[in-house]
Design a binder for this molecule. Structure first.
Ligand code: AR6
Length: 175
């Protein structure tokens, strides 16, 4: 019997995770950039960019899937988070949609374990507390209704972010 929690918080470099899919916080071009996007493209190799060129970009709040190439992960799900503009431009709905769209693609591709970075909280300046609450609530609601993915990893790059996620997950469990 496997009694590990379906939602886990790890501190790691997402490019190192041997999971079914990692999620990339991309931009609408899908052709690479800085932050986690740059790290994923560097680690996956040029073939990733070739596949991305065929995808014709991605809208904010939507997601597209590619192979993982040189990554230990089998797939990469590319989603585009909203740029924080103060909260009055539909940012919360768009960020929640990134998580839902990514999870739907993961399920459709039989992914059992999926790792997410903290979408929009870097270059796109989404406040971390608020973005974390949306991430945890949206993922929790989705997996409560679906069999796949079985396990979600929130892959944090630093201790401070991980602590915010741990508190949000604990609050969820307390109900
Ligand atoms: N593993 C896990 N998390 C990481 C890694 C990594 N290797 N590298 C950074 N992070 P950001 P955004 C964390 O800026 O805000 C790009 O240029 C980072 O600490 O990567 O959605 C794209 O092309 C932060 O918590 O993504 C877009 O133009 C989180 O990942 C734009 O940035 C997200 O930070 C997207 O901005």
């Amino acid at each position: 019997m496997n009694d590990s929690p379906r939602i886990q918080v790890h501190i790691d470099d997402i490019t190192k995770l041997a999971v079914d899919a990692i999620v990339n916080a991309a931009n609408t071009s899908l052709l690479g950039g800085g932050g986690v996007d740059g790290a994923i493209h560097r680690a996956a190799g040029r073939e990733l960019e070739f596949e991305c060129r065929m995808l014709n970009g991605c809208k904010i709040g939507e997601a597209k899937i590619t192979k993982g190439y040189k990554l230990p992960a089998r797939h990469i799900i590319h989603t585009v988070g909203p740029v924080w503009q103060g909260g009055g431009k539909g940012e919360a709905e768009l960020l929640a949609s990134c998580y839902t769209s990514s999870l739907e693609l993961a399920a459709a591709n039989d992914c059992r374990t999926v790792a997410f970075p903290a979408i929009s909280t870097g270059v796109y300046r989404y406040p971390k507390d608020e973005a974390t609450r949306i991430a945890v609530d949206t993922v929790s609601r989705f997996i409560g209704e679906k069999k796949l993915p079985e396990t979600i990893i929130f892959c944090c790059f630093d201790d401070q972010t991980a602590e915010i996620y741990r508190q949000a997950v604990a609050a969820l469990r307390k109900g």
